[in-house]
Design a protein around this ligand. Structure first.
Ligand SMILES: *[C@@H]1O[C@H](CO)[C@@H](O)[C@H](O)[C@H]1NC(C)=O
Ligand SMILES: *[C@@H]1O[C@H](CO)[C@@H](O)[C@H](O)[C@H]1NC(C)=O
Length: 313
């Protein structure tokens, strides 16, 4: 359990309750759907299922005529930072990802990311969820109820957690963002695979995009790897404070993430009146209640052709 990450000098080795220990150290990756195999990744006691072909991870409706194993052109890990108590929201977000068309020629995995779950009830329920869905990652380096340093813990854990099958890109997003994975993959396809920082650029201090808005941003694997080793971030206490802005600060001070891309206006906040959806959306943010999620599903035709009245037995 050698955790290179630093924020966790307090030992998570000493966790008392067994359930907690299990939960804290265990990462479930997608089990079974397509005969994924369950292996064990020593270091962290990681339960880990790897798929043979990656692209259709969360397609429920099988993609029209799956071609014979197209080699992915890029791979992307999407980490949805969420909190234990948000069970209902997570259900909705899970469905939102599951019912999207798969991104062509891309290996995309979606994981729900938690810090250590302190509450014993939540620990049980999240463990259940992890076992059922296999899409939960629990980080050792942060506490769920503190809300400090979660993004840092995420970005700096990923290179180690997924060392055996690295991704080209690592995304951080939230559970009030509807991400259209295929559109994002198409944006990434032609981009460099190194030194990338992409998202909704937030103009500040005369710079066009010193940092990316927290609705969702992507860094390349090398950038995440750099974050995981950058002692300077911790030395400056730069994991405290508004984290998404901080990510920009880390990168700016170190001259990283220089391949920077602003996906405005294809990433945006949904307005109060919910009237600014656009067909070329990559991500729409501020889906903070069921009504707003419903509006998104309706606009993007996710539920088109599903007639509930015909679903009686
Ligand atoms: C970082 O935080 C610690 C504990 O709060 C403090 O002792 C230290 O002086 C801080 N370092 C900097 C560079 O601000
Ligand atoms: C949803 O379907 C309608 C009717 O087919 C179509 O006109 C519209 O462009 C679709 N919307 C999106 C976002 O694809």
């Amino acid at each position: 359990m050698a955790m290179k990450a630093p924020a966790s000098s307090n030992s998570y080795l000493l966790l008392a309750p067994l359930a907690l220990l299990l939960l804290a150290a265990v990462v479930f990756l997608l089990p079974s759907l397509n005969g994924a195999r369950v292996g064990s990744d020593g270091g962290l006691g990681v339960l880990c299922a790897r798929r043979s072909a990656g692209a259709e991870d969360y397609t429920v409706a099988a993609p029209a005529a799956p071609k014979e194993e197209e080699k992915p052109e890029l791979s992307l890990l999407v980490g949805v930072l969420t909190m234990p108590k948000r069970y209902e929201r997570r259900d909705i977000v899970r469905l939102a990802y599951a019912l999207q068309p798969a991104a062509a020629r891309a290996r995309v995995d979606v994981r729900f990311v938690f810090c250590r779950v302190a509450d014993p009830v939540d620990a049980q329920l999240v463990a259940l969820e992890a076992a059922r869905h296999g899409d939960v990652v629990v980080l050792g380096g942060c506490e769920e109820n503190m809300n400090h340093g979660k993004t840092h813990a995420y970005l700096s854990s990923v290179p180690r957690l997924f060392a055996s099958s690295p991704y080209d890109y690592v995304m951080k997003t939230d559970d009030d963002t509807y991400l259209r994975v295929a559109a994002l993959a198409d944006e990434l396809r032609g981009k460099p695979r190194d030194d990338v920082y992409l998202g909704y650029g937030y103009a500040m201090g005369g710079q066009p995009m010193p940092f990316m808005h927290g609705m969702g941003y992507v860094v390349s694997w090398d950038v995440a790897t750099w974050v995981s080793t950058a002692e300077e971030i911790l030395a400056r206490n730069d994991t405290e404070g508004p984290e998404d802005l901080m990510v920009g600060k880390w990168l700016n001070l170190a001259g990283r993430g220089r391949n920077r891309y602003d996906l405005k206006p294809r990433m945006y906040d949904l307005s109060w009146d919910m009237d600014n959806f656009r067909p070329d959306t990559v991500a729409v943010h501020m889906l903070k209640d069921n009504r707003r999620w419903a509006a998104a599903f309706s606009y993007f035709n996710v539920t088109a052709g599903i007639n509930l009245h015909h679903l009686s037995p």
